[in-house]
Design a protein around this ligand. Sequence first.
Ligand code: DGL
Length: 271
Amino acid sequence: MKKSKIQNPKSKTPKICVFDSGLGGLTVVRSIRERLPGAEILYLADTAHAPYGEKTHDEIRRYSLEIARFFVEEQKADALVVACNTATSAAIAALREHYPDLPIVGTEPGIKPALSATQTGKIGVMATPATLAGEKYQALVDRLCGMQEVELFERACPGLVERIEAGEIDAPETRAMLEGWLSPMRSAGVDTIVLGCTHYPIAAEAIRQVMEVPVRLIETGEAIARRLATLLGEQPAEAPGHLRIFATGPIDEAAVERIVGEKVVIDRIDR
Ligand code: DGL
């Protein structure tokens, strides 16, 4: 059997297991549900260990492998989505090595769509410190940016994930942080910003307001959902799919409801 295809052909609605450090990966879940409305989705928010972006790659790899073990052994996952740029950077190779038969989709900053979108050739990249420091990001940039004349404005945004998790996107301190990261982009004529962390689309409105000029924000949820549909096959939606959410620590339930568009029971699990 081909490794990239789903392993359990009898399962009519495959169980798609998705994780991130917190709320961010729900922006990816939103896109998966638009693309595969009948899919059964299990989501794990590893809030006990958030933020990942300021941890070492070894720590992030350990958390990711434990979550994958939970999904594969206890929940019988048919596919795994790493809805986190940081965990993809630190752990996707280890996850694929441990689960060679499981379809695994990761998340990478959308440099490629940004190259197609930019008119000024000035592209902003916002991501966590761990993502920008990772070899994977550097390899992506080296592979894609050699062919086109572009200038990248890379900004690690430490603290932004915590503020999003805490529901403090519009607080003056968060605005000041955004101003510090974005004003050099504004002055330089950046017209496209890669949201290289799945949490950042939740702050998209604040980013637009701070930029003041029209800017295209690139997120990757749709691309991930497309990739998943290719791996699993387009699923006919006989009934709306079920979403189940686990959290390893506290999570803002109102924010979850806002992002996924419905009230979902959240199961607390200890990891
Ligand atoms: N949402 C994650 C990402 O895409 C990072 C969140 C964190 O730093 O915990 O990188």
